[in-house]
Design a protein around this ligand. Structure first.
Ligand code: ARG
Ligand code: ZN
Length: 866
């Protein structure tokens, strides 16, 4: 049952409208659907509807007449009616069981409330329907439930009517005037508290804003509400896009497979991305709330008003909306630091995906289970593809292209091709070659070499991209490479260029199109250092010939924050990779220490950026630089360098740490957040000093917010401090009523680099607070361990792999989508040597032996073994 892009066929009917009635009861729900179909072309043909194996069909009617049993066929996943008239009303009554639904797809029950998740193909578990994104219609929804247990009844669109019914029941009718596909349908019913506010759009529409949460969480919604209003303003100012309904409802639920869902007018969120208070959420959590609130809000235009023709086009809405939320967060926080955060995520998650057996293009060409394609490639690399277009055609043309895209496709289901065409038409720039970013998988490698020719500097670029599953050969990409020139005195040099590039004030964008291409910069003073790939203008792996001294120079002097950071990271990585390859524990190179101290003493740079400049590359980032991953050596070398740096600058580190403590009361201002970020980064070095223990203990004891608390607890969890176990136990008893904080408690233990971590993680699956039913809890323990704790996951005994294999099989019985999201780390066996390689494959093979394995997990495990 592989679905292929090339097989796409437009539907042969339209649906004028659908009326849905939900009768919610304690142990089941009855769903009545009445839709007006219009068949095009061949009338009298068959009608095939999607369905699912977990619902009962109670009635099936055409124009009010029951369809005789011999006139339809029902299987586990579809319903086919042999012959239908040209136009007709289809009536269906189904019965579903929300409380038994642990897959969290379709209609389910979470924390005492009914809720839905329909993207991508959940609606077919509610009623029989053409459950595909290119079938758009108008929804009118009536919800009936017990008034006491479900006082709140919500669906998409605007509220129309509500009232009481017999037997203590009540109803509400919701009318969504906008055309939408079934994946954007939503319903929520339950006992929820609500924080309300309002917004007036630029054109004067009054919008009621509501955030629905459990009563006990009502004090943690402010930041989400403020973020929503900021997002609404931002989209009006940046793109001229306004909200289009009278209400915007957000509901937070604790059991959710993903982050959040952009259902029209009724977003459903994972509590993790709504609830935030200083005592319970870190600064990073606050940023994520703002980012995800923005993301779902921006979907209202990029996703809902213009949706996807088919699921191969998923990045049309996701890549674009991630780009939009990244830009929003950049404008709300620090653009430079946000970029580093995004690049780090891309390299840590997307690069391994692109290099492994699950690699696929931003626009995939085939799938078995579409839920497996909600990937970092579709989302994050997809956002990079949009960012490159923005860079290539420039911000004004990009905005014109967006306008044109909405002008052409509002109310339609569109394709990635439509988007590229709009950008092309608006800018006049040919993007034919650029489209390869949509169709070719893999991370391109770019090698740049320098040459001097008299007064001129010549940069020669060579691009290549290794084979991916099903794609042996790749064509050269069109990639924008932002380049600056840093003169010997440290300032930007304005150049004159020969070749395909355009100078703006202090830098230029080179258009790399060929496998090998040179650019000549005229009259470049001796001692000038090129600053290449500024802002990480293309998602590639860059190989350059800069010397250590030149990197050190860029790390201090570059006006581009990304290159500054990258140069520091390169300098550290070069040293560490050498240590790993020679298994050496050499001295601390003078130059590294100088650069490190330079950052410590830098008073002109945003402290949040300093924090990142001081950070050593992660073990995962270092692992990627090796041909063969040697996890222990990476760990040992990195710890040794951190310790040496800390030791050599201990007084400066401690002094800066204390200076950041004084006079910084807790606020959520950017400057206070930046100071915390730097102070907590310094704490990681302090942990390696002889008197570190006392400082960390004090840091923990004095923390009046979760950011500082977690910074200390993370280090405590790694440590052998005598108070370690007691501190973890105290933290647990203090927070055991707060799920999101307890998730952190699990995560911090899963991240510990201590040798006993794998045993502890396994033991934690038996803890009273652990449950296989809640995706957040699973991810906090199992994904944190297997995806972020490189050295402890890759235990030589193979115990980490066996543990993960067992967990995948176990979770799959409950929730296949979430189980599938655990598979990827086991597929990276190509990066390690025996015996690890064999152990990883064994773990994958053992998953395949599980009875009733889902398609979700099977697809990924089989690909991972291939
Ligand atoms: N569209 C949602 C988002 O904003 C993701 C939901 C996907 N859910 C799923 N089960 N595949 O990004
Ligand atoms: Zn999205």
């Amino acid at each position: 049952q592989e679905i292929r892009l090339e097989d796409y066929k437009a539907p042969v009917f339209t649906i004028d409208k659908i009326d849905l009635t939900f009768r919610l009861h304690d142990d089941h729900a009855e769903v009545e659907a009445r839709s007006l179909f219009k068949m095009h072309g061949d009338a009298g043909g068959a009608l095939q509807l999607d369905g699912g194996p977990f619902m009962d069909l109670l009635a099936l009617e055409i124009d009010g007449q029951p369809v005789p049993a011999d006139q339809f066929v029902k299987s586990a996943d579809f319903l086919q009616i042999r012959a239908v008239p040209k136009t007709f009303e289809l009536g269906i009554i189904t019965k579903v069981y929300p409380k038994q639904n642990t897959r969290l797809e379709g209609l389910y029950f979470s924390g005492g409330n009914f809720c839905t998740q329909c993207e991508a193909e959940g609606f077919r578990h509610i009623t029989y329907f053409p459950d595909r994104p290119d079938v758009l219609t108008r929804y009118m929804v009536r919800v009936e439930a017990d008034k006491e247990s479900c006082p709140v009844l919500l669906s998409n669109g605007n509220p129309k009517e509500s009232g009481d019914l017999e037997n203590g029941r009540h109803f509400a009718v919701w009318d969504d005037p906008h055309l939408k596909p079934s994946y954007l349908f939503a319903l929520v019913a339950g006992d929820l508290a609500c924080q309300s506010d309002s917004f007036r759009t630029a054109s004067g529409r009054h919008v009621e804003l509501n955030i629905f949460v459990a009563e006990r969480d009502l004090d943690k919604c402010d930041y989400a509400m403020q973020s929503l209003k900021r997002a609404m303003v931002w989209d009006e100012e940046e793109y001229g896009l306004e909200y289009d309904l009278d209400v915007y409802n957000i509901v937070a639920v604790s059991d959710f497979n993903m982050g959040a869902m952009e259902n029209k007018g009724l977003n459903v969120f994972n509590t993790k991305y709504v609830l935030a208070s200083p005592e319970t959420a870190t600064d990073a959590d606050f940023d994520h709330v703002e980012g995800v609130i923005g993301h779902e809000y921006f979907h209202n235009w990029t996703g809902n008003r213009v949706t996807c023709r088919d699921w191969f086009q998923l990045s049309l809405k996701e890549g674009l909306t991630v780009f939009r939320d990244q830009e929003f967060s950049s404008d709300m926080t620090s653009r430079a630091v946000k970029r580093l955060d995004d690049v780090r995520v891309l390299r840590m998650l997307q690069y391994p995906e692109d290099a492994g057996p699950l690699a696929h293009p931003v626009r995939p060409e085939k799938y078995i289970e579409i839920n497996n394609f909600y990937t970092t490639t579709v989302y994050n690399k997809g956002a990079e593809v949009i960012r490159m277009m923005h860079c290539i055609i420039g911000p004004e043309a990009f905005r014109k292209g967006m306008d044109l895209y909405f002008e052409r496709h509002d109310g339609q289901a569109a394709t990635c091709e439509d988007f590229a065409t709009a950008m092309e038409d608006a800018s006049g720039v040919d993007l034919k070659q650029f489209r390869l970013w949509y169709s070719q998988a893999g991370t391109p490698k770019v090698v740049v070499r320098r040459e001097r020719d008299g007064e001129d500097l010549i940069l020669t670029f060579e691009q290549s991209c290794g084979a991916s599953p099903g794609q042996a050969l790749k064509l050269p990409y069109h990639m924008p490479v932002r380049v600056g020139l840093i003169g010997p005195n440290g300032g930007d040099v304005k150049g004159e260029i020969e070749g395909d590039g355009v100078w703006s004030s202090s830098e230029c964008v080179l258009h790399l199109r060929n496998a090998r291409q040179s650019f000549r910069f005229r009259n470049v003073p001796e001692g000038t250092v090129p600053s290449i790939l500024r802002g990480f203008s293309a998602p590639v792996v860059l190989d350059h010939d800069l010397s250590d001294d030149e990197l050190a120079f860029l790390a201090v002097q570059d006006s581009d924050a990304f290159v500054r950071w990258e140069a520091s990271q390169d300098l550290f990585s070069r040293h560490l990779v050498k240590q790993v390859e020679t298994n050496g524990v050499g001295h601390l190179p003078e130059l590294l220490q100088q650069v490190f101290v330079g950052h410590l003493e830098d008073k002109d740079t945003d402290p949040a950026l300093i924090a990142e400049l001081l950070a050593l590359p992660s073990e995962i980032a270092l692992g990627q630089k090796l041909d063969v991953l040697m996890p222990e050596r990476v760990h040992v070398a990195r710890e040794a360098l951190a310790k040496a740096l800390a030791g050599a600058s201990s007084e400066k580190i401690i002094a800066l740490y204390h200076s950041l403590t004084a006079g910084h009361g807790y606020t959520l201002d950017q400057s206070a957040k930046a100071a915390r970020r730097l102070r907590n980064m310094l704490l990681t070095y302090i942990a390696l000093l002889p008197d570190g223990e006392a400082i960390i203990q004090a840091h923990y004891a004095q923390a009046d917010n979760m950011t500082d608390c977690m910074a200390a607890l993370t280090l405590i969890a790694h440590s052998d401090f005598a108070f370690r176990d007691q501190t973890l136990a105290d933290f647990y008893s203090k927070w055991q009523k707060n799920d999101l904080v307890i998730d952190k408690w699990f995560a911090v233990q899963a991240q510990s680099k201590r040798p006993d971590t794998v045993a502890r993680v396994r033991a934690l699956t038996e803890h009273e607070a652990f449950t296989f039913n809640n995706p957040n809890r699973l991810r906090s323990l199992i994904s944190t361990y297997s995806m972020l704790n490189q050295v402890r996951f890759h235990e030589k005994s193979g115990e980490g792999y066996r543990f993960l294999g067992e967990m995948i099989a176990k979770v799959d019985e409950i929730n296949p989508q979430t189980a599938a999201r655990l598979v990827a780390p086991l597929g990276r066996w190509g990066r390690v040597e025996e015996p690890r390689r064999g152990f990883m494959k064994d773990a994958l093979t053992s998953v395949l032996k599980a009875p009733n394995l889902s398609d979700d997990v099977r697809e990924l495990v089989e690909k991972s073994l291939a």
